[in-house]
Design a protein around this ligand. Structure first.
Ligand SMILES: NC(=O)c1ccc[n+]([C@@H]2O[C@H](COP(=O)([O-])OP(=O)(O)OC[C@H]3O[C@@H](n4cnc5c(N)ncnc54)[C@H](O)[C@@H]3O)[C@@H](O)[C@H]2O)c1
Length: 260
């Protein structure tokens, strides 16, 4: 097994489920010590414990990443317990499918608070700790919805477009400190967030939608969570040493397909 991230310390936010969980597992398999963050302590504990059982180093730290004081505690506890911070995967995200007209101010604050402001808070608190290590890697989880529209996702799409712009711009501010900043844009991946979208569907209807999602990309399959975890490991690794300020689309060719 490759140990390209051996000696590095990573925080993955929202790692109690889905893409974050896969990212934490893949980073651990690549040799990193991992802090499994989630707003739900039990989910963070479950993932950290299973990484430790597989032979990795993992610590669960519950925190709400939309709260600056909690992110400060997340980073300082990481440095105290694991000796530093090299990688921040700001992955935690939330979605509420509503048209803009039916989106309340509370919905808007919640979505922007986690998906945009929360990601930026995570990056901001990580920079001094990474500077102390002589560099690092910050990765935001965006979405293909930042560039390819779906009705009912105005605020989510705006927040996800925001983190792409933030990665590009922050890369210019911290490149001098050897801190690289990128975003990754998943297409459609098999996670609890995806499954929740089908809660109100009849089984046949859900299967039909899933089939249409598969047919809408070049590879004719839904992405796995590990497809994103592997991309995150690549972006953190020395193989990506000259890559900063980009948005890496990992969508099975969904955005490459010409729409009629
Ligand atoms: N699954 C997909 O197809 C897909 C596609 C594009 C983008 N994304 C993005 O990928 C990321 C992960 O999505 P997922 O599918 O794994 O979702 P998920 O719902 O399975 O996991 C998200 C995790 O984030 C945690 N979380 C939510 N708010 C938090 C907060 N304030 N502080 C800390 N943790 C918090 C949740 O408890 C959950 O464990 C999100 O940013 C999402 O927008 C997912």
């Amino acid at each position: 097994m490759s140990q390209e991230l051996k000696g590095q310390v990573a925080i993955v936010t929202g790692a109690g489920s889905g893409l974050g969980e896969a990212s934490a597992r893949c980073l651990s398999e690549a040799g990193a010590s991992v802090v499994v963050n989630d707003i739900h302590q039990d989910e963070a504990d479950r993932v950290a414990m299973s990484i430790v059982e597989s032979g990795g180093v993992a610590v669960a730290i519950a925190a709400d990443i939309s709260q600056s004081s909690e992110v400060a505690r997340l980073v300082s506890t990481t440095v105290d317990r694991l000796g530093g911070l090299d990688i921040m995967h700001a992955n935690a995200g939330v979605e509420r499918y509503k048209t803009l007209e039916t989106t309340s101010d509370e919905d808007m604050d919640f979505l922007i608070g986690v998906d945009l402001r929360g990601a930026l808070i995570c990056a901001r608190h990580s920079i001094p700790a990474m500077r102390n290590r002589g560099g690092g890697s910050i990765i935001f989880t965006s979405s293909v919805q930042a560039t390819h529209s779906l009705p009912g996702c105005v605020v989510y799409a705006a927040a996800k477009a925001g983190v792409i712009a933030a990665a590009r711009t922050l890369a210019l501010e911290v490149g001098v400190d050897a801190i690289r900043v990128n975003s990754v844009s998943p297409g459609t991946h098999d996670t609890p967030m995806l499954t929740r979208n089908f809660d109100s569907y009849e089984t046949d209807e859900a299967l039909e939608v899933i089939e249409s999602i598969k047919q809408a990309n070049a590879l004719k399959r839904i992405g796995t969570a590990e497809d994103i975890g592997n991309a995150v490991v690549f972006l953190c690794s020395a193989k990506a040493n000259y890559i900063t300020g980009i948005n890496l689309v990992v969508d099975g060719g969904f955005t490459a397909v010409k729409k009629l």
